[in-house]
Design a protein around this ligand. Structure first.
Ligand SMILES: [Zn+2]
Ligand SMILES: [Zn+2]
Length: 278
């Protein structure tokens, strides 16, 4: 089901690429053109899917893992194996590699139409799975929303959340300034459930009102990715920058305005608090 994480290592540098652009940029112009077209084919077949890097290779998610692809010396690998559509499986039989993963040889035309059919099948399957889960009655509305993944800069530590943030704010407190190395922190809080991938190192800080905040950062690259309040599991605060999404919802509140660097200008309509209002 899952691509072999070491399979593409031979043709890739050691560090994980940040995004699909960076992944593609590492190949020859000819292969880049193919990879871009594979990516575009997926995007067109599944406009709602989100791009990411998983197992160090390009991945798309839509209510769970959708498809992955990778370039090798002589072929493009495509995952996971196709199941549940006999016609399509037959059409793909000439491309089946080990464990049913697909290999599209680079010296032959890439079957983009088949890629499109695979992606559409995977979308259908993922949505059916989600509908079945929703029917079971747990958190119906939240499960039907899209998910977001925040990541440290090396990709080792990630957290996936569902639905829209409960709140987005910026904090100018000195602790946040020191923690981030920036002059303010941008944070988004999300309701549980959330899923963490990778290992985190923890740092516990006592907040101004006596609460203990457990900050999680990546022990490899040092990015501070998220924190929770001790004893509270119903929500998580995530560093907005870790989503690497310039279209992420803008902050609505600004706290510890008393510590704000004087050159920092706030967006219009934002609610400001001298300290932490909670
Ligand atoms: Zn990292
Ligand atoms: Zn703060």
């Amino acid at each position: 089901m899952r691509p072999n994480p070491t399979a593409s290592a031979a043709s890739r540098p050691n560090s994980a690429p940040r995004d699909i652009d960076e992944y593609i940029a590492a190949f020859s112009p000819e292969v880049q053109a193919i990879l871009q077209r594979v990516r575009l084919t997926i995007t067109k077949a599944a406009p709602e899917a989100r791009e990411t890097i998983s197992y160090r290779i390009p991945a798309f998610t839509l209510s769970g893992a959708l498809v992955y692809f990778a370039a090798f010396k002589k072929h493009i690998g495509f995952y996971p194996p196709v199941r549940g559509d006999a016609k399509l499986e037959k059409a793909l039989s000439g491309y089946a590699g080990e464990k049913g993963n697909l290999r599209f040889p680079l010296d032959q035309p890439i079957p983009y139409n088949l890629i499109e059919r695979i992606v559409k099948l995977r979308v259908k399957q993922n949505l059916a799975k989600r509908a079945a889960k929703t029917k079971k009655g747990e958190g119906s509305s939240r499960r039907s929303m899209s998910s977001r993944t925040a990541s440290c800069s090396c990709g080792q530590l990630r957290i996936r959340v569902e639905g829209e943030p409960r709140g987005v704010g910026i904090c100018h407190c000195l602790a946040c300034q020191q923690r981030t190395g920036s002059v303010f922190a941008a944070l988004a809080s999300f309701s549980a459930p959330f899923e963490v991938f990778g290992t985190a190192t923890e740092f516990v800080r006592l907040g101004g009102q006596g609460a203990q905040f457990i900050f999680r950062f990546c022990p490899v690259c040092g990015t501070t990715v998220f924190h929770t309040e001790d004893g509270r599991t119903e929500s998580v605060s995530i560093a907005v920058g870790a989503f690497a999404d310039p279209n992420f919802p803008a902050p609505r509140v600004s706290i510890y305005d008393s510590r704000r660097h004087r050159w920092v200008e706030l967006p219009q309509g934002i609610k400001t608090f001298d300290k932490d209002p909670t």
